[in-house]
Design a protein around this ligand. Sequence first.
Ligand code: ATP
Ligand code: MG
Length: 248
Amino acid sequence: MIEISHLSKQYISPSREEIRALDDVSVHIQKGDIFGIIGMSGAGKSTLLRCIGLLEPPSQGKILIDGADVTSLKGKKLIQLRRSIGIIFQGYNLLMQRTVAGNVAFPMELTGVPKAQREARVRELLELVGLSDRARMYPSQLSGGQKQRVAIARALANHSKVLLCDEPTSALDSLTTQSILGLLRDINERLGVTIVVITHEIGVVRAICNRVAVIDSSRFVEEGPAQQVLEHPQNRVTRMLLGIKEEL
Ligand SMILES: Nc1ncnc2c1ncn2[C@@H]1O[C@H](COP(=O)(O)OP(=O)(O)OP(=O)(O)O)[C@@H](O)[C@H]1O
Ligand SMILES: [Mg+2]
């Protein structure tokens, strides 16, 4: 479904030094996967998610979605495709001046969905994420877990078949984390949505991912079925994320 080959991304710092955020990353995400990308802070995870979400063009390499090369799409076609991908950002990114219902409706306003249809979809999505009774409240009146549920509902508004999640549980306590992960699993199973989840918590991979890639200093160092990687970690960084102490 999403094929990334030899993707690299460089930024130029204000002092004109090159920052390599991604270096020759290749991966194949299959339809129906809950694919985990795990790594330490600054490894390049959010950069990769922005590239997959078509928010930023890669410096080198290719992204294929459903077999079509989307790397060099521009203008209307790019915007259209971008809107078919749901993204949950690190830190929610909700519109603070809009109610919960207004946030969920927003992507449908952008794509010109008629009002009655929009309202019906908002009701359906708020029910899905368990927030029907919070529709008229504002983000500032919600808990972190509830904000994340609004972000999930909004990301699915236009019937996205892919959901990209950047650290969806990093600011939540363990019980709320379990409920958000349960919701993501439910969305994957019931709606058939392919999910890419970025995290630095191995527990997230253990709870919901069927495959995982480990990223370290802008490169993938290990990739495979989640169970295999968790049980037989090959790389030092994977073992560190698993909390396994190395002999010096
Ligand atoms: N727009 C940008 N301009 C310049 N450098 C950037 C930009 N975005 C990211 N970087 C750099 O790229 C590297 C990777 O950043 P990225 O945000 O992808 O890390 P991350 O793995 O998501 O970290 P975290 O777990 O802390 O969110 C960092 O060194 C960062 O400073
Ligand atoms: Mg990040």
